[in-house]
Design a protein around this ligand. Structure first.
Ligand SMILES: [Zn+2]
Length: 329
């Protein structure tokens, strides 16, 4: 250190005839300047080395980035395609749901008609719109919408579509069946309308049954070809079924009497009436007022003699009387 603190003098002799130049520098300068130059050179070397290494790494990273971006874009495109396909599936399902909804509406309408025919009180059928089907509880995809979930969703959509097709075909089968039931019920109803199944009077007291009995006037055994139903003079008498009046007359021993032809060989006759309210040729409906209970003809007191005739033969009216007139109204 002691040497460095000394001064060093440098002599420069340019040419022989020129004067000598000299200058003096400190020993420190002589050490610091070369050291600084050497340090700078080392730094430059390190920097160049580092920079060239980083540039290579940067290029490598850029290449990897490009590669993953390309992969990402492909994946994104694939997912977009899947989403589009699923949306198309859902659109198809929605259309199928609408078709089924329409078919259910038709069936509900048929059901309503059936109920009306048989007198069942109609209940409102609520058909939920396909758009209102609630989502199932459970996991739902978020940002991480994997390809497997997409495949499962697609499979589910296909299965649902098949179920919809099955439902639609079942309903297609059901509709003609319901139509047939409706026709059968209508036929049954028409048959019921022309069958004398109701009481011809409000009074239900049978004073004499059908069959062999002791005649109330002669006292001898005789065939009683109808039912005698008690009541008061003027009580309403009703047509036991739909039909056409074929007799409305006053004769003996029948008194005021009415005969109604119900078709299919079935007739009903009402005897000893106080009054007749229908004429021959009149079309009457089941339960319609046709006359009044009376005591005309060969009769011991006010009553209705009621006959049911099948293919010209008198039969016991009792099995025909199955329901109350009021129940039909
Ligand atoms: Zn009688």
């Amino acid at each position: 250190m002691k040497r460095l603190s000394k001064l060093f003098t440098f002599v420069i002799i340019p040419e022989a005839n020129q004067s000598v130049k000299r200058f003096t520098v400190s020993g420190y300068i002589l050490v610091i300047v070369p050291s600084a130059i050497a340090l700078l050179a080392i730094c430059a070397a390190i920097f160049i080395s580092l920079f060239s290494g980083s540039a290579a790494k940067l290029a490598h990273l850029q290449a990897r980035l490009d590669l993953s971006q390309s992969g990402y874009e492909k994946s994104l495109q694939f997912k977009n395609d899947r989403i589009a396909a699923l949306e198309a599936d859902l659109t198809t399902l929605s259309a199928q749901a609408d078709q089924i909804e329409n078919k259910i509406s038709e069936i509900a309408e048929l059901e309503s008609q059936l109920k009306e025919i048989v007198g069942i009180q109609s209940t409102d059928v609520h058909i939920s719109s396909a758009n209102n089907i609630p989502l199932s509880e459970g996991g739902q995809g978020g940002e991480e919408f994997s390809l497997m979930q997409s495949a499962e969703a697609s499979s589910l959509a296909n299965r649902t579509g098949q179920e919809f097709d099955l439902l639609a075909s079942l309903m297609d089968e059901l509709k003609p069946s319901l139509e047939a039931t409706k026709s059968a019920i209508l036929k049954h109803q028409q048959l019921l309308d022309i069958t004398p199944t109701i009481w011809p009077s409000d009074n239900r007291k049978i004073t004499s049954t059908f069959g062999v009995r002791r005649d109330p006037i002669s006292g001898r055994s005789a065939v009683h070809n109808g039912l005698d139903i008690g009541g008061n003079r003027g009580d309403p008498i009703y047509a036991a079924a739909d039909g056409v009046v074929t007799l409305s007359e006053r004769t003996y021993p029948q008194g005021n009497n009415i005969l109604i032809d119900h078709g299919r060989g079935i007739e009903t006759r009402y005897l000893h009436l106080n009054a007749r309210h229908v004429e021959v040729g009149d079309k009457v409906h089941k339960g319609q007022l046709i006359g009044e209970l009376g005591n005309t003809g060969r009769s011991t007191g006010p009553h209705l003699h009621y006959e049911v005739i099948v293919n010209g033969t008198h039969v016991d009216p009792t099995p025909y009387i199955q329901e109350d007139r009021e129940e039909r109204e």
